[in-house]
Design a protein around this ligand. Structure first.
Ligand SMILES: CC(C)(COP(=O)(O)OP(=O)(O)OC[C@H]1O[C@@H](n2cnc3c(N)ncnc32)[C@H](O)[C@@H]1OP(=O)(O)O)[C@@H](O)C(=O)NCCC(=O)NCCS
Length: 321
């Protein structure tokens, strides 16, 4: 059944010490930001103040407009379409130290660390990376949409080699460039869980697990992630290690097969080179067919000498310190 209406909601982003206030309907598996439906003729700010008073009995100060997240989903009642307008909200009566007193029987509230947002089933999912980025100081206006579902799935079994692998047999063809509403770029793994990291190291015989992948992202000096906005999943990454003085090495670059050929790899490299542009030497090793790709960034070919311990390819047992 098609949606009967487009629902407009005002949502509150209430943060205390890296934790966000989440609402939950008893019996449901997902959580959502506090707030609710705008009534006819009601303003977004007035709606949010009213909802927070009704739900938690608190007075609130509605601050900056953060942006909108459009959401479409289907349940037993048919198709739904809503637009969530999100605001930063503060309240002198709200902090993690003060017990929460929900006023509506059907609702529960709790604080979740930004790393827990995905595990807590926060909907719409694009809020997970948006909140994580906001928490690290990113003040760009939010826009994300789950309309039309995710853009492909990760890991399409096309047999392509992964970052640093021996050979890439990617079938490339014209595909529409990834838009800002579909892909968000982040320079930290804040808010990313191992569950968001599937489909990488494609074609590696002995690949790192998603947990090991998350660890290497957290331990790298610099990373750029491409995050699929509808799902919060990471669909591309590039990492660098650097002495911070003269040299940087870019060991890994990969876009999951389902998202290749849409400009994501190019954007990851562009952003990483911008991060290390103050250094004297920036090196990487690549297969011959990727030389033209890197040459478009002004890089030039040189000889490389490498060691590959394939029995340690998964990264297990490879940690020191
Ligand atoms: C290389 C890789 C990251 C590119 O990601 P992507 O998102 O598909 O790249 P883009 O869509 O930004 O395309 C970048 C350009 O590189 C080209 N390119 C990508 N892979 C290529 C390959 N294997 N051989 C030759 N050219 C390639 C594309 O044709 C495109 O050129 P165009 O803009 O002129 O059309 C991706 O193919 C990948 O993950 N490959 C497996 C891992 C890998 O080889 N990593 C590099 C390690 S050094």
């Amino acid at each position: 059944m098609p949606p009967r209406e487009t629902e407009i909601l005002a949502r509150a982003v209430i943060e205390d010490d890296e934790h966000f206030l989440l609402a939950h309907t008893r019996g449901a598996s997902n959580t959502f930001l506090p707030g609710g439906h705008v009534e006819p003729g009601e303003g977004l700010v007035a709606c949010l103040e009213r909802e927070l008073e009704e739900e938690l009995g608190i007075s609130s100060r509605v601050g900056d407009y953060l942006g909108a997240v459009e959401h479409a989903w289907t349940d037993a009642g048919g198709e739904h379409h809503e637009i969530n307008h999100c605001f930063a909200v503060t309240s002198p009566e709200l902090s993690r130290a003060v017990p929460l007193r929900p006023r509506e029987e059907r609702l529960e509230f709790s604080w979740a660390h930004e790393r827990e947002l995905a595990d807590r089933g926060l909907e719409p999912k694009p809020l997970v990376p948006l909140l994580a980025a906001w928490q690290t100081g990113d003040r760009g206006t939010w826009w994300a949409s789950t309309l039309g579902g995710r853009v492909g799935g990760s890991g399409d079994g096309s047999g392509r080699a992964a970052a640093g692998g021996a050979h890439d047999e990617t079938e490339r063809g014209p595909r529409s460039p990834a838009t800002e509403a579909e892909i968000r770029y982040a320079d930290s793994a804040a808010g990313v869980t191992a569950g968001n990291l599937s489909g990488f190291f494609h074609g590696w015989p002995n690949p790192p697990t998603p947990d090991t992948h998350l660890e290497l992202l957290e331990r790298s000096d610099e990373i750029v992630l491409a995050i699929d906005m509808p799902t919060g999943d990471v669909v591309g990454f590039v990492s660098a290690v650097t002495d911070g003085t003269l040299c940087a090495y870019v060991p890994l670059l990969e876009v999951v097969p389902s998202h290749r050929g849409r400009g994501i790899g190019r954007e990851l490299v562009r952003r990483m080179l911008a991060k290390v542009e103050h250094l004297y030497m920036v090196d990487l090793v690549c297969d011959k067919e990727l030389v033209p790709f890197y040459e478009t960034f002004g890089m030039r070919s040189a000889h490389a000498m490498v060691v590959r311990n394939y029995d340690r390819q998964s990264g297990s047992g490879g940690k020191r310190g």
